[in-house]
Design a protein around this ligand. Sequence first.
Ligand SMILES: [Mg+2]
Length: 255
Amino acid sequence: MSRVDGILFDIDGVLTQDGQALPGAVQTIAALRDRSFPFRLITNTTRKSRRDTARSLGLAGLAIEESEILTPVLAARRLLQQRNWRGHYLVDRRATADLPPEAENDPDAVLVGDLGDGFTVERLNIAFRHLKRGAALIALQKNRYWLAGGVPTLDAGPFVAALEFAAGIEAEILGKPGDAFFRTAEQELFEGRGGRAALIGDRWETDVEGARSAGFDGILVKTGMYEPGDEGKGRPDAVLASIDELLPWLDSPRP
Ligand SMILES: [Mg+2]
């Protein structure tokens, strides 16, 4: 019997770093496939379509199907469709491939993802004016920063916070650590049958603490965004030096 019944993998900093597979990633995924062990990839990346994410994982040597990847952009598409809303997008053009066509005027919602250098004062002001007119604010994620080639770089979160502050509203957050995102992931992981899931990630807040509050095991890896001392935050169920230690953990007895 395995420690858990299914694994959710964060991608950046866990399976890959700057487009390269991290040591042990390829073997771990291959071993889980061999065992027919349920897993999905769950990412807060909003700068790529799901197809592009699958393609870059493939280039790194990780054979992953598009349907095995969960992104906040897909959650946003589902939400817009459910509510019959039309959105204004502060979202990287590469990711809008996964979204319905953008509203030409009077959007019901402003969607914010990581736009990188595309976050100009002009674009933020256009979005702000939609919010002032009553559009809802939807954050694909609210990460503080990420590592671009090892360099700390502003993510979507600071811009979401700026719009929240200016408009005096609170964003609905779709990615990790949002509960709805984790519930969808659990559904897909176990195809509705239920089971005990673990999420393995490099961020103690969005991955470990988020997973634990969703009722999953939270596993922290000391790669990617990990900083010394993070193992003391978010109460991880396990701390692993890297993805390479996942299989031994999985095969250890349940406490
Ligand atoms: Mg990560």
